[in-house]
Structures are given as structure tokens and as C-alpha cells.
Design a protein around this ligand. Structure first.
Ligand code: WTA
Length: 652
């Protein structure tokens, strides 16, 4: 009998017939996008409205020492005009955003039309202007998943300010670093952020962060729960100001290559870096991928469960769907609150057509049992999507059979904060699906597999190596905020002439791509990127810690868990209390998502004679893979490894 995991699923005739692209269309469009990118994107760039149309399309170089990326460079446009105003003329009464609160028993969902959105975005833009924000200034957004988060993003784009969203789960320290990192003029926050029945005191976190920032930074506070907060001279009440604000604010004209937003993300070294996306190319790419990958049609209700604090929320809650005149859901809560049926209850309630979530959520809900899904009417679903990490075939099959009832395609989308939109993904009307594979390049994307040692391109099928991209696409990040050299070094320094993703991949016998995970010191915890160096520097900042090394290990629900080896200062004794103290410490330094799952006390760390920590060995121990420790002969003190193996933490 065939292994059910190796089943493949061709598109149904009915789906392919109405899809934006069937197999033939995809093949032709992809070939066109490779043969003549200027002609291809010159045409598809017209999907958005330009104030001054572009005459140049692609002007990009990956050349060592001269990485320079420009798309549509002489065109001008405004993003909020594209995501809001142009739809008011044609579909003003259509719902743009459905807001679904954390607790459905105490708060009602909200339906915000394109007309309402224009007013709210204008008012927010007017408020920001009153606070002294103008074109090119930076605004940090530290909000729960409430409509004001979308208003704030779009308001920034309306007046040409650059937003930098900080996920509400980040600590005051992380927030402060990001405010200072981009020299923001204003921080927008809320009193509290309810999530999963608990509440985070965002305003007091912002206060703590602002202690370390310039006095001139202003804080705009949105009322979410109405809980008491302290009030300082730098604070302004959104709820008061909105009563007086003008309800129309004219969108400003922006050049295609003006920065649109900064989003901090983790890398293999140092502190997180500010990924910069620009106005024209990003919007074209977010809109086009949203339409084709999800086969989004007019009138569909689209739900991406991410948070706007991550790139997925930027591209597929706000910019892509709204540029397409879609209806998008903004969800404040978590998959398991009030119960494990929440996702499916929301799908049924709002008649969701396309549903997009992360494998970690799928695995958690799979563990809760099929009965939570079966209670709800999911007959409006036409497509399911996955993002954030490789999806294991068991989770894929459960998603396909239990949630999709074996009737709807799954798109496993591989992409990154840096790429702006999907890079590898099945197209639902075109691709024969393989569980666990991101499969095929989106239009304009040229994936290449390189030999990690020689850097040579590996041609042909049934091969494995590191995943690079051979040429630019419109959604590509342009630089690291304030540090172009770091941009070049990080993404173009390892393999000259290529964008290096940091991921490994296989190209199978049919030419389909399978992303196998990071090959650098970045780990993926519940679909969130985490630099092991960041967790290490938080740990060593504790007075009792002498040294720390952090690696990932396989985790049933999270995909990867955080495994920390900690060497204490000479006079310190390990204890359960100290373990808890360190967990709490990391939570407060970075945020709850960075809390180590396992901390092992390490009298010493395996090092080479030149003092370099041998992470390969630490990774193997954390993975319980002692047989494959490899060459340990270069270790300064091999007995360290025996101790670590003997005292490894139990993962159950
Ligand atoms: C991983 C999230 C396999 C990958 C949009 C990448 C994936 C990192 C997939 C980017 C997928 C994301 N299959 N791996 N479908 N999607 N990844 O920047 O390691 O938060 O480099 O962007 O997530 O994470 P980021």
C-alpha cells in the first residue's frame, strides 16, 4: 500500500477553472517573469494606482560591494490611497476589516467599512500630524490587535511617516531599543492588551521603555480596556484627540523607493536588525501574492491569524488584502481561548473563505482533538494556508482532512520578513500538492540551490543545499535601517551575487522545493524567529551567569524549543529557584517568547583550543543525537562533553 504521507493532491477541475492561475497560466506567467522581468512587472505594477506612473521598472544589483535595489523608481504613489481611498469610490459600504475581540462573550465583533476606514485613518493621520510627525519621521506602534493598529499603520503611510511595529509581547527593554534604533518621534500604545483572557500592561511597559529614550518622544495612548494607567507629560490621549481630529486628511505623494516601514527581526549574530521595506515594490508584491497564492476573489472573507507585530500581519492582514479591496479579519485572541474551538467558531461566524495560520497552532489544535473542529460549520472554506516553519506531514494531513474535509487546497508558503511576500508556495489552481513542501517559486522568484561549502550552484533535480535567490523581486527588503553594510554582509556576504535566505532546502526529483529549516544560529520557536545570540546575551547580562550557549531542539508543538546551557559564576550554586529566576530574567529582557524551555547547568562549555564554542556539539546533545557528535578531537577539554551528556535535561 502507498504511504498516506506521500499522497499528492492535484487541483480539482472546478477549482482550477475559476482560479486566477491554472497550471498552464502559472507556467506561462512564471516563464514570462523570468524571461523579461521589466515587461512582466511593468504590467503587474499597474495593479495599484500611481500618482505619477513609473517609466523604469527594475534597477537592481546583487554585485558584491554594490548591492542596490530599486523598483518602479520614478513612480509616485500613496499606500493608504491604494488600500483605502480608491475602494471608497467603488465599494465604500463593503466591510474592509472585521475585528474579532479576545473574549467573544464580553465584546462584540466590529465591521469596519472602507468608508469608515477612510475616516479613522484620516483622523489618526491628523493626530500624528498634530503631534509633529511629518514625511520621513518614524513612529513606533506597540498595540494589541485592535483596529487602531491598522489605522495607525495606514495613517503613517498617509502622511509619509515610516512605521516600526513592535510586537506587544516584547519587553520594555526590547521596545526601548527599537524606539532608539530608529529615533522615533512618537510611540503609539494602549492601556492594556487583553490576550487569551490575560492582560498585558502595555502603557506601563511603554513608560518603562521611554525612561531610556529622548525626552522629546511623545506617547499616544489608545484606550482598550479602560484600566487605570499612570499619565506623564509626554502622554496624549487618542480617545480625546480623535473627537477633535479632521475626518479627512489628504494622502501625500511618495516616491516608490521611499521607506514604508521598518520591522526588526532576528539574525544569527548580534541584536535584531531593522529590515526596511519601501513603498511601491512592496505593495505590488504584497497585493499580487495575496491574490494569487490564496486565490482571493472579490467578496471573499480572508483570515490571517498572525499579529501585525510580525511581517505576516503586515503583508496579509493589512497591506495585501486592503490593496486588493478585500475583507480581512483582525483577531485579537489566541487559538485556545475561551476554548480549543475558537478558530473554527470564528471561521463559521464570519463565513471565512481563506484561512492562513502557522503549523504550531495546527499542532496544538490537532492535540486538542477533532471534536473541536467538528462542532462548527466550515463549509465556506475554499483554501487553507500555512506559514512560519516547515509543516510536518502529520499536521498537514490533519489540516487537510479534518479542517478542510479533504476538499480544499493547502498552500504552504515559504517566505521571510526580508522578502516582503511569498517566495515559494503552491498556487492552488495550478500545483499538485505535496504535504510538507513549499514547492514552487512565485512569479519573479528565481530559487537556486548552492553547495554550502563551495558556493557553487547545484543544477538538476534530487539535490540538497542552501537556498539562495538569484535575482531581485519587487518585495525584497532594501537595506538594514542605518546600516547598509550589515545588509550586504548578512544577505550577500556568504555567496557573492546571491541573496542568501539562511535556510537549507532540497529540490526533489520533480523539481519541487522542500525548505528544511535554518542553517544558521536562528531558531524558529512557534513560528517566531529567535536569534540564539540574543537569548545568550540576555542570560549573560544576569549577575550570576558567567557564560551561556543557546541552541534549538525539536519540540512537539512549538517546532523548536529553546535549550540553554548556562555556566554560573564561581561562587554560585545551581538551584530550582535560580532556574526560575533566569527564566523570568529572559522574559523581562526580551519577552515571553524568548523564555528558555530547558536550562542545563554546564560546569563548562565545549570549546576549541582557540576558545570558540562548538555549537554543533551542543545542538546534537540537545537533540539527543549523541551518536553523531562528530569530530571532538579539536576540543580543549573533551570531558566537558561527557558531563553535558550525562546531565542533559529531560524533555518530557
Ligand atoms: C521559516 C515569516 C519552511 C524559514 C513569514 C524562514 C518556513 C523563517 C516557512 C522566516 C515555510 C517560514 N516552510 N520554513 N512555509 N515559512 N519559514 O522572518 O526558516 O518571521 O527563514 O517570516 O521562517 O521567518 P520570518
Amino acid at each position: 500500500m502507498r504511504d498516506p504521507m506521500s499522497n499528492t493532491y492535484p487541483p480539482t477541475d472546478a477549482f482550477a477553472k475559476t482560479a486566477h492561475a491554472d497550471a498552464e497560466t502559472y507556467a506561462k506567467m512564471y516563464a514570462d517573469s523570468m524571461a523579461d522581468p521589466d515587461a512582466f512587472w511593468g504590467e503587474h505594477g499597474k495593479r495599484i494606482d500611481w500618482i505619477k506612473p513609473y517609466s523604469k521598472v527594475k534597477n537592481t544589483s546583487f554585485a558584491p560591494g554594490n548591492v542596490d535595489i530599486k523598483w518602479f523608481e520614478d513612480g509616485t504613489l500613496n499606500v493608504s490611497a491604494n488600500c483605502v481611498d480608491r475602494h471608497v469610490e467603488t465599494r465604500g459600504d463593503q466591510t474592509a476589516i472585521i475585528w474579532e475581540p479576545d473574549d467573544p462573550n464580553t465584546t462584540d465583533a466590529m465591521h469596519i467599512t472602507y468608508r469608515d476606514l477612510q475616516t479613522s485613518v484620516s483622523k489618526m493621520a491628523n493626530i500624528l500630524q498634530d503631534l509633529g510627525v511629518s514625511k520621513g519621521d518614524r513612529v513606533v506602534i506597540y498595540l494589541p490587535m485592535i483596529p487602531e493598529a491598522a489605522y495607525a499603520m495606514l495613517a503613517c503611510t498617509r502622511i509619509g511617516a515610516v512605521h516600526s511595529i513592535v510586537f506587544a509581547g516584547f519587553s520594555p527593554d526590547a521596545l526601548g531599543a527599537r524606539i532608539n534604533g530608529c529615533d522615533a518621534k512618537v510611540v503609539i500604545t494602549a492601556d492594556h492588551a487583553p490576550r487569551g483572557g490575560r492582560s498585558t500592561p502595555l502603557k506601563s511597559n511603554a513608560d518603562a521603555a521611554l525612561l531610556h529614550c529622548k525626552e522629546s518622544v511623545k506617547c499616544l495612548v489608545v484606550k482598550r480596556t479602560g484600566e487605570q494607567t499612570t499619565w506623564t507629560d509626554r502622554d496624549y490621549s487618542y480617545n480625546d484627540m480623535v473627537l477633535e481630529a479632521d475626518d479627512y486628511q489628504k494622502p501625500v505623494e511618495m516616491a516608490a523607493e521611499d521607506p514604508l516601514f521598518i520591522l526588526y527581526t532576528s539574525g544569527s549574530t548580534g541584536q535584531p536588525k531593522g529590515v526596511v521595506h519601501t513603498t511601491g515594490g512592496y505593495l505590488v508584491y504584497a497585493a499580487m501574492t495575496h491574490e494569487y497564492t490564496f486565490d482571493y476573489h472579490d467578496g471573499d472573507v480572508f483570515w490571517c491569524t498572525a499579529d501585525v507585530g510580525w511581517v505576516t500581519g503586515h503583508s496579509y492582514i493589512v497591506y495585501g488584502p486592503l490593496a486588493n479591496g478585500g475583507t480581512t479579519i483582525m483577531f485579537e485572541g489566541v487559538p485556545t481561548y475561551p476554548d480549543a474551538g475558537r478558530f473554527w467558531e470564528v471561521c463559521a461566524k464570519h463565513k471565512v473563505n481563506q484561512f492562513y495560520t502557522a503549523p504550531t497552532a495546527i499542532r496544538a489544535l490537532m492535540a486538542a482533538g477533532p471534536e473541536w473542529v467538528e462542532k462548527h460549520d466550515l463549509s465556506d472554506l475554499k483554501l487553507l494556508g500555512s506559514v512560519g516553519e516547515p509543516i510536518n506531514p502529520e499536521a498537514w494531513n490533519w489540516y487537510y482532512n479534518v479542517v478542510g474535509k479533504g476538499n480544499v487546497p493547502i498552500v504552504d508558503t515559504f517566505w521571510q520578513t526580508e522578502t516582503g511576500g511569498h517566495m515559494l508556495t503552491p498556487l492552488p489552481g495550478a500545483t499538485t500538492l505535496k504535504p510538507g513542501a513549499a514547492q514552487a517559486p512565485f512569479f519573479g522568484v528565481k530559487p537556486v540551490v548552492l553547495d554550502p561549502q563551495s558556493g557553487e550552484e547545484i543544477h538538476g533535480n534530487d539535490v540538497e543545499g542552501v537556498l539562495c535567490i538569484g535575482d531581485s523581486w519587487p518585495g525584497q527588503m532594501r537595506t538594514v535601517w542605518g546600516d547598509h553594510e550589515r545588509f550586504e554582509k548578512t544577505y550577500f556576504g556568504d555567496y557573492a551575487g546571491y541573496y542568501f535566505s539562511g535556510d537549507g532546502c532540497k529540490r526533489d526529483a520533480d523539481g519541487d522545493y522542500w525548505v528544511t529549516g535554518r542553517v544558521d544560529d536562528v531558531i524558529n520557536v512557534s513560528g517566531h524567529r529567535m536569534g540564539t545570540a540574543e537569548v545568550e546575551s540576555a542570560l549573560v547580562a544576569h549577575v550570576k551567569v558567567a557564560e551561556a550557549a543557546v541552541v534549538g531542539y525539536p519540540h512537539d508543538i512549538k517546532g523548536q524549543g529553546i535549550y540553554a546551557y548556562v555556566t554560573l559564576m564561581n561562587n554560585e550554586e545551581p538551584s530550582e529557584d535560580l532556574r526560575k529566576e533566569l527564566e523570568k530574567w529572559v522574559r523581562s529582557e526580551i519577552g515571553p517568547i524568548a523564555k528558555p524551555d530547558l536550562i542545563q547547568w554546564a560546569p563548562g562549555l565545549p570549546k576549541t583550543r582557540s576558545g570558540k564554542i562548538m555549537r554543533r556539539i551542543l545542538r546534537k546533545i540537545a537533540e539527543d543525537d549523541f551518536g553523531a557528535l562528530g569530530d571532538t578531537s579539536t576540543l580543549a577539554d573533551p570531558s566537558v562533553v561527557e558531563d553535558l551528556i550525562e546531565n542533559r535535561m529531560n524533555k518530557s
